[in-house]
Design a protein around this ligand. Structure first.
Ligand SMILES: Nc1ncnc2c1ncn2[C@@H]1O[C@H](COP(=O)(O)OP(=O)(O)OP(=O)(O)O)[C@@H](O)[C@H]1O
Length: 276
């Protein structure tokens, strides 16, 4: 996949292939700019046709073939069966719409569904994600909620249509450690209940270790490894993954001046070097 800038293609990610079973959890890890969000937004069908060129041999969601390129809409349509949540709920939620209105966009009435049913489902989902007084909260706008509440609303909006897959792009990096853990536990509990596969995009290898079954390691838009998360430190992994794993800070790293660092700013480096 290449972005288009001044009419010229700029390669972002290529040669990636993976599959996900229902309820399976995959982490996508890599340095900043390695292409994690690009890959995820392409899978979610959120990259408009005029922003990037996407070439894909085959893609299926729930066994149904899908077109990777988003349609010619000005704002691409959300891909049916895949939902996405982001780091900053404030910029993902519509600031001028009430929470009730945002649910009505995701769960439209019609085709046998009444507005009363949509309201009931909305309140059920708000309660499910731990929002107290859903009757009151549903009338509020995003700026009237705390950061944690907004994150919970975003999770409810993403999951209320029972998607086949949920993509969580750095879902907790804006939250403190204790809230972050509660939000991750909530995402896990609900995706497990729905049988929804989960893709977590993160810089945090420890988060991947705690919450995922498999990990895809990206560097400069290329897949370096796709393996069981528990096998990330195995000597069989690529040189890049081994170098990345050596950079994960440990509690015994007392000397902050000599923390290991990856030297991969030059894309011509075929193997990641670690300096310490
Ligand atoms: N809209 C865009 N137009 C042109 N290039 C882009 C665009 N979005 C991202 N890129 C480039 O594509 C590459 C991959 O970016 P991407 O945001 O996917 O990386 P990332 O791994 O998600 O980074 P981060 O962890 O910092 O969010 C980078 O070189 C980035 O500069």
């Amino acid at each position: 996949m290449s972005y288009i800038a001044d009419g010229e293609p700029i390669p972002a990610v290529h040669g990636i292939s993976f599959s996900l079973a229902p309820s399976e959890r995959l982490a996508i890890v890599g340095e900043s700019g390695s292409g994690k969000s690009t890959l995820a937004t392409a899978v979610a069908g959120l990259i408009p046709w005029y922003v990037a060129e996407i070439t894909c041999e085959s893609a299926r969601i729930g066994g149904v073939p899908v077109e990777m390129r988003a349609g010619r809409d000005v704002i691409p349509r959300r891909r049916k069966g895949v939902s996405m949540i982001f780091q900053d709920a404030m910029t993902s939620l519509d600031p001028v719409a009430s929470i009730a209105h945002q649910f009505r966009t995701v769960l439209p009435a019609g085709h046998g569904t009444t507005r009363a049913q949509v309201r009931r489902t909305t309140l059920e989902w708000l309660a499910k994600v731990g929002i107290h007084e859903p009757d009151r909260v549903v009338k509020l706008h995003p700026h009237e909620l705390s950061g944690g509440m907004r994150q919970r609303v975003m999770i409810a909006l993403a999951l209320c249509s029972a998607p086949k897959a949920l993509i969580a792009d750095e879902p907790t990096s804006a939250l403190d450690a204790s809230l972050s853990r509660r939000i991750m536990d909530l995402i896990l509990e609900l995706t497990e209940e729905l049988g929804t596969a989960l893709i977590i995009i993160t810089h945090d290898v420890d988060l991947a270790r705690t919450y995922t079954d498999r990990t895809l390691v990206l560097s400069h838009g290329e897949m370096q490894d796709l393996c069981a998360t528990s096998e990330l430190s195995s000597p069989e992994r690529s040189a890049y993954t081994r170098a990345l794993m050596r950079c994960v800070p440990r509690i015994t790293d007392y000397d902050l001046d000599t923390l290991p660092t990856l030297m991969t700013s030059n894309p011509s480096h075929s193997i990641a070097e670690v300096i310490s």
